[in-house]
Design a protein around this ligand. Structure first.
Ligand code: TYD
Length: 211
């Protein structure tokens, strides 16, 4: 049982930014330093939140969710995830690495979706007591490079990923604005380059938090 403090790191960015790969490399690096690390993702991470994920990414019925219902579902999934997985792990002194967290809701639903930041933060206050990561790694890259990665990945698109380019441009702009407003909370990382190069940038950006 270690007495070290657990830290909460979230990865954010648009589609194709390399969040999952970098979350995995960071977890491996932290484990190699002897830390206990929980890796998780949103929407999802617990059975309840994974069930909500399915509703969000493949909406039942043709009408789809209204922007408000979508934001509430993301907040509900997050509330379950925080209560049943993230907070208990942090309380045990473990590190938590999460692929997307509330700043995705701020950028997608609040920014691109037009609901505004205040509404998203209010839902997060109610659902998750406003929990913030110790640091958010925002992976950035130019639109053409990210589109190329997605095409190469060739995976099926879900209901949100499949939205028009303008929507995704608005997401990227919202992420930039959110990060600019909280320079110590965010590390903006150039996500273009070999995975090991990007990983080294991330380790450097977390140096002050590492034991
Ligand atoms: P996922 O398959 O996890 O996408 P990615 O691999 O790009 O992270 O699907 C998550 C989708 O949900 C993605 O398009 C971003 C979107 N999303 C929101 O719109 N709001 C949120 O709060 C979260 C967590 C995700």
């Amino acid at each position: 049982m270690s007495s070290a403090k657990g830290r909460f790191i979230a990865f954010e960015g648009g589609e194709g930014a390399g969040k999952s790969t970098q979350a995995r490399l960071l977890a491996e690096a932290l484990r190699a330093r002897g830390l206990t690390v929980v890796t998780t993702r949103e929407p999802g991470g617990t059975p309840g939140a994974e069930a909500i994920r399915n509703l969000l990414l493949a909406p039942p019925g043709e009408a789809g969710w209204t922007p408000e219902a979508e934001a509430l579902l993301f907040a509900a999934a997050r509330a379950d995830h925080v209560a049943h997985l993230i907070r208990p792990a942090l309380d045990r002194g473990e590190w938590v690495i999460c692929d997307r967290f509330v700043d995705s809701s701020r950028a997608y639903q609040g920014g691109a979706g037009g609901l505004g930041d205040e509404a998203i933060l209010a839902l997060h206050g109610l659902g998750s007591d406003g929990l913030r990561p110790d640091r958010v790694i925002l992976l950035e890259g130019d639109e053409a490079a990210l589109a190329g990665r997605l095409a190469a990945r060739g995976a099926e698109t879900d209901a949100i990923e499949g939205r028009p380019a303008d929507y995704h441009r608005a997401v990227a702009a919202a992420f930039r604005a959110i990060a600019a407003a909280d320079p110590s909370g965010f590390a903006r990382i150039d996500g273009i380059g070999a995975p090991e190069e990007v990983h080294a940038r991330i380790i450097a950006a977390l140096a002050d938090l590492l034991p």
